[in-house]
Design a protein around this ligand. Structure first.
Ligand code: XMP
Length: 430
């Protein structure tokens, strides 16, 4: 390992991630580990320079007081303790230490080097992945989202063609999205990429299905079946790569933190398809994942891509999906994104997209009455997607978008702007 590390022992405090972030922002790599880590496990981590024990108010878990393994006090690592009473430590703090205190702990006491950067992270991970995988093969579901793209690029750097990427186009991707996955990964990064155009299969299963939950279930279930079929065709795969990132792990709950929501991965695969996992981004926060992608040479559109739901345009083509309406949705969404980019809004707005409901309204086209679809613009800002506010888009920009959509998408004759917060609305419509 090239990077010095500070270990935070997890006694259930919600501040642990803030401290980890603060230490990383000061240039020193930091990881959170279970409170009962043993001295041998600590030594095996390589390059540990110091330990932070953060007691917090959650030290009682399920009625039982938890504590660190006392043997770690005799390992010789400098330790600071926050809101906790350890046997031996450099310093105790009743509250969160100041940045100056943390700096002094890192650089004066632990003599850590500020060598946490993406280049070193990538070098370390390449070495770790090569050691883990050896000459075996790794399979990866490459959706084209930020996490799966970055993990693919990292695995390609580490093991090249031993990585087999499978990109399933469910026909619900945005305009040119699958094409750009093929262009970047197969043509630019020379990846071993299996591209599956499953559009007809997905749209066939979805035909006439109007219930949002049913649609989601069909899309999710079918995705796993297609991926599984591809996996069975491939010989000698021992590992499954995953773009698990640190917030996924925190949300799934640790020994001392409650589960917020289960972490979804390709976990629906049948039990006879058993793989060991390769998860090289598991310690990174989202912005660090993006920085890693940039360092690996991925294009900005891919790395700074706005969130996109797994069921894709399927949950924005409201009710029973038809090809005509899906096309209207895809084209209007592309126009919206283009105009947002021209106005610089793509850099500031968290998520923006169009929605096409399943009814027609009256309009006038070529001096004649005509029925057309309505297109809804949604543009929201949020920190955590649990609540969201609307973006106050300039009227001139809105009008330009409406003019372009109605001119370039013949089946749409109305454009409206949605102005509801979450709650009471959700961000998506289905
Ligand atoms: P809602 O509609 O619940 O959306 O306010 C919150 C955020 O989650 C995204 N979203 C999904 N992401 N799979 C995903 O990966 C899904 O099934 C899914 N549904 C919603 C949504 O785009 C928004 O960013």
């Amino acid at each position: 390992m090239k990077q010095d590390m500070i270990v935070i022992l997890d006694l259930g405090s919600t501040e642990n991630t803030t401290i980890a972030r603060q230490i990383r922002d000061l240039g020193v790599y930091s990881e959170i580990h279970p409170h009962d880590i043993t001295p041998d496990e600590l030594k095996a981590l390589d390059n540990v320079k110091g330990i932070v024990i953060n007691g917090g108010e959650n030290r009682i878990v399920d009625g039982v007081a938890i504590d660190v393994n006392p043997a770690i006090y005799d390992c010789g690592y400098p330790i600071i303790a926050i809101d906790h009473e350890p046997a031996k430590c450099e310093k105790k703090y009743a509250d969160m230490p100041s940045e100056a205190d943390i700096k002094s702990f890192l650089f004066d006491t632990c003599k850590a080097e500020a060598n946490w950067n993406m280049k070193n992270f990538i070098d370390d991970q390449v070495e770790i992945i090569r050691r883990q995988v050896g000459d075996k093969k790794v399979l990866l579901a490459l959706s084209g989202g930020v996490d799966s793209s970055v993990v693919a690029a990292l695995l390609i750097k580490a093991i090249g063609k031993q990585l087999v990427c499978v990109h399933v186009n469910h026909g619900l991707m945005r305009k040119n999205e699958s094409e750009s996955v093929v262009e970047i990964f197969r043509n630019k990064l020379d990846a071993n990429l299996v591209y599956v155009d499953a559009t007809d299969r997905f749209l066939g299963k979805l035909e006439g299905v109007a219930d949002p939950e049913e649609k989601r279930k069909i899309i999710g279930g079918e995705f796993i079946r297609v991926f599984e079929e591809e996996a069975r065709k491939l010989e000698g795969i021992d590992f499954l790569g995953q773009g698990t990132i640190y917030p996924d792990i925190i949300e799934s709950g640790t020994k001392t933190a409650k589960c917020v929501k289960s972490h979804h991965n390709v976990g629906g695969l049948p039990e006879d398809l058993q793989f060991a996992l390769v998860e090289p981004l598991a310690q990174l926060f989202k912005d660090e994942v993006r920085a890693c992608g940039v360092e690996l040479g991925l294009p900005a559109e891919m790395v700074y891509r706005q969130p996109f739901p797994g069921p894709g345009l399927g949950v924005r083509c409201l009710g029973a999906i038809t090809r005509e309406r899906l096309e209207a949705l895809r084209e209007s969404d592309a126009i919206l994104r283009d105009e947002f980019a021209k106005a610089g809004l793509d850099k500031t707005v968290w998520q923006y997209f169009t929605v096409v409901p399943d009814f027609k309204a009256v309009g006038v086209r070529d001096n004649a009455r005509s029925m057309g679809y309505m297109c809804v613009i949604r543009a929201v800002n949020t920190i955590d997607a649990m609540t969201a506010t609307i973006e106050r888009i300039d009227y001139d920009i809105l009008e330009k978008i409406a003019d372009r959509i109605t001119a370039e998408v013949p089946s749409i004759n109305r454009v409206v702007y949605e102005i509801t917060k979450k709650p009471v609305a959700t961000i998506e419509f289905e």
